[in-house]
Design a protein. Structure first.
Length: 281
C-alpha cells in the first residue's frame, strides 16, 4: 500500500473496473494517464497496487522498487525462489518475480476475495507457478511447514494500518520458522514523522531475526514527509547485502538510504519490541 497516495480515480484516469471490497472499501482499477498500459488499484480511494499490463518489470511505487531490489539481491540472477507473499493486491511483485526468476514457486495470501476477483477478472492471467489463496496472513503462516520459503514478503494493511496480529514478535517468530537458512523477510511499513511505529517494528524484527536493515526515502528519515519504509530481516547473521543494496537504492529516481548496524541502533533508540499482549491487550 502506498499512503503517500495516488490521485483519486477521476484524476488518475479512466476507471476500467469497480467493485465493493471488504470493510466498506470501494475497489477501483484505473488507467494511468501518463502510461496507458499502467493500472492502479485503489481501495476507498487509497492506492494499493500498480501494474503495467505489458511489462511486469515496470515498478511504479518507490517502496515496491526497493522490495524488488532486495529480491534481486537475495540470490544469483535468475535463480528460482520459493516466495510467500502476505498481501496480494494486484500481484505486482509476484509478476515481477515470475518475469525475473522464471520457475519460482509463489504463494500469495490475500484476505479480501473482492480484490482477488477483480484482479483475476481485469488484469493479465496469473504467471506460471503463482497461486492465490484467500486467507488471513497469520493463519496462513501458522499452518505453513518449517523452512518452506526463501523469502516472505509482507504488505498487509486494513485501511492505512497494519493489523495488530501481524505486528508483534510472535508473528515474526512464525515467519522466521518458515524461512530457510539464509532466507529473508521483507516488510512494507507506512508511517509518518517521527516514525514511532517504524522504530517499534525494527525492534520487533530484531528481537527475532539475526540481521535487520531499513530502507527509506532520506526525507522520511529527516522527518520531512510520510510514506513507506521497507524493513528487511535475515535468518542468518551477516547475510543481508547491505552495501549493494545501499548503492542500488541511492541510484533510484527517488533516492533512498539504508540504515544497518550502528546507524540502525541510533534510529531505534529506546523503542521496544511489540508483543501480542501489548497490541491486543
Amino acid at each position: 500500500m502506498d499512503p503517500a497516495g495516488a490521485p483519486p480515480a477521476d484524476a488518475a484516469g479512466r476507471t476500467v473496473a469497480a467493485g465493493e471490497g471488504g470493510h466498506d472499501d470501494r475497489l477501483e482499477l484505473v488507467v494511468d494517464p501518463a502510461r496507458r498500459t499502467g493500472r492502479l488499484l485503489l481501495a476507498g480511494g487509497v492506492a494499493q497496487s500498480y501494474v503495467d499490463i505489458t511489462d511486469p518489470r515496470h515498478l511504479h511505487f518507490e517502496y515496491v522498487r526497493r522490495m524488488a531490489t532486495l529480491i534481486d539481491l537475495a540470490a544469483p540472477t535468475g535463480r528460482p525462489l520459493d516466495v510467500l507473499h502476505l498481501g496480494g493486491g494486484a500481484l505486482t511483485l509476484p509478476r515481477y518475480v515470475a518475469a525475473t526468476r522464471p520457475g519460482s514457486a509463489q504463494r500469495v495470501v490475500e484476505r479480501d476475495p473482492a480484490v482477488a476477483a477483480l484482479v483475476d477478472r481485469e488484469l493479465p492471467a496469473l504467471p506460471p507457478r503463482v497461486r492465490v489463496e484467500i486467507a488471513d496472513a497469520r493463519e496462513a503462516v501458522v499452518r505453513t511447514p518449517d523452512g518452506a520459503y526463501d523469502l516472505v514478503l509482507a504488505d498487509i494493511y486494513r485501511g492505512a494500518r497494519m493489523p495488530a496480529h501481524v505486528a508483534g514478535v510472535e508473528f515474526v517468530a512464525e515467519v522466521a520458522r518458515v524461512l530457510r537458512p539464509g532466507g529473508g523477510y521483507l516488510v512494507n511499513v507506512t508511517d509518518l514523522p517521527p516514525l514511532v511505529f517504524t522504530r517499534v517494528q525494527v525492534a520487533t524484527l530484531r528481537a527475532v531475526l539475526a540481521d535487520v536493515c531499513l530502507v527509506a526515502d532520506r526525507r522520511m528519515l529527516r522527518g520531512r514527509r510520510y510514506g513507506n519504509v521497507v524493513l528487511a530481516g535475515g535468518s542468518t547473521p551477516g547475510r543481508l547485502p547491505v552495501r549493494r543494496l545501499a548503492a542500488r537504492v541511492a541510484a533510484d529516481r527517488v533516492p533512498g538510504a539504508v540504515l544497518h548496524g550502528a546507524t540502525l541502533d541510533g534510529f531505534v533508540g529506546g523503542a521496544r519490541p511489540a508483543r501480542d499482549a501489548d497490541l491486543t491487550g
